[in-house]
Design a binder for this molecule. Structure first.
Ligand code: NDP
Length: 333
């Protein structure tokens, strides 16, 4: 359960585990609802914004005392919606609980049974984070073969796919991450040309100059702050910056200004924020293309799977200190 609104970084005790609610395993008639058993739920950085008492965002805040809502993969137990039947595997908004009555099936889609695709991938590689990488890279970055591409939070749920798609597109790709283990993953498993641990770089501008002596054409922005400032110094003429997220700035009540923003003018940089939901019409194409690439062995996906709902709070909090290695999911059942 979500306990109450916060304006600082989340801590585990902002959430609590409640045991023992008895529920009826039936979807009420004429409700249009689905009763599902949750198999996996997703930990995503955007959920932090729902812990604030702020109503101007694209998703409403969580209600204090209510079950945390998020993406999940679930099995339909009972259905009052003619599009779903018991036994179907679905993906969409559900609750951090064992069983959920999903009253609005708007976000819910049936997942094709495929023994080659792990079920958890429907909240990762083939779910919202994977789609963010696909839509952000192809629709916002305007990538060209041989572009110099930089990805921050590169080993995470979104970043790891951005880098692999960029490589397949013929780009030169460098990623940054917060540990040497993650750097090793990027270079030796995920196929990035280079990677560096930003926490060990006293001068980010110098680090970027080392990896991009000719400058950066495309920056896929996941972190904001000092990294964005250093990137602006290293962008090439007509470079593109896709602003996907700024995880270092979430809940930051005193964000530092971006000192080097003025470089967008002489370098004619296009800097564009986006939400993956802007491109929802491309979702079926994304699923087909990325499924095929995965089955052909052209991309891989790294997950960090926690066992049991009781591990949810620590897994979620860990997103903001870089504890997760790859896409953070929680196996519920
Ligand atoms: P990740 O799986 O990458 O997890 C978050 C990672 O961010 C951590 O592992 C950590 O990696 C890094 N991080 C955390 N705090 C900081 C910090 N203070 N400074 C620098 N890095 C930090 O998350 P996702 O891939 O799911 O999300 C990546 C970004 O994309 C987020 O900003 C998210 O909000 C955004 N997003 C945007 C969407 C959109 O539609 N625009 C949709 C989905 C995600 P490390 O160890 O490398 O520091």
């Amino acid at each position: 359960l979500f306990k109450g609104y916060i304006s600082r970084a989340p801590i585990e005790t902002d959430m609590e585990l409640k045991i023992g609610n008895k529920i009826k395993l039936r979807a009420p008639t004429e409700s249009g609802a689905l009763l599902v058993k949750n198999l996996y739920v997703s930990c995503d950085p955007y959920m932090r914004a729902r812990m604030r008492d702020f109503h101007g965002s694209y998703l409403p805040p969580f209600r204090p005392g209510s079950v945390i809502e998020g993406f999940g993969v679930s099995k339909v137990i009972d259905s009052d919606d003619q599009n779903f039947k018991p036994g179907d595997i679905v993906s969409g908004f559900t609750g951090w609980e064992e069983y959920t009555l999903i009253r609005s099936t708007e976000s819910v889609r049936r997942v094709a049974a495929d023994e080659d695709i792990p079920l958890s991938y429907h909240i990762g590689l083939l779910g919202m984070p994977g789609f963010t990488a696909y839509a952000g890279f192809f629709q916002v970055c305007s990538p060209k073969k041989d572009d110099y591409v930089f990805v921050s939070a590169a080993s995470g749920a979104v970043g790891q796919l951005v880098g692999q798609l960029a490589k397949l597109h013929g780009c030169y790709v460098v990623g940054s991450a917060g540990s040497n283990h993650k750097v090793d993953l990027l270079k030796n498993k995920l196929g990035f040309d280079e990677a560096f641990n930003y926490k060990e770089e006293p001068d980010l501008d110098a680090a970027l100059k080392r990896y991009f002596p000719h400058g950066i054409d495309v920056y896929f922005e996941n972190v904001g702050g000092d990294m964005l400032d250093a990137v602006l110094l290293n962008m090439r003429l007509h470079g593109r910056i896709a602003v996907c997220g700024m995880v270092s700035q979430h809940g930051n009540s005193d964000p530092k200004g971006i000192r080097n923003l003025i470089h967008v003018i002489p370098k004619r940089i296009r800097m564009q924020g986006f939400l993956q939901s802007d491109f929802v019409h491309l979702f079926p194409r994304f699923v087909d293309e990325v499924t095929a690439l995965y089955k052909q062995g052209k991309i891989i996906y790294v997950e960090d799977v926690n066992e049991g709902l009781e591990t949810g709070p620590s897994a979620f909090v860990g997103l903001f200190s870089g504890k997760n290695v790859g896409k953070q999911v929680i196996r519920v059942a």
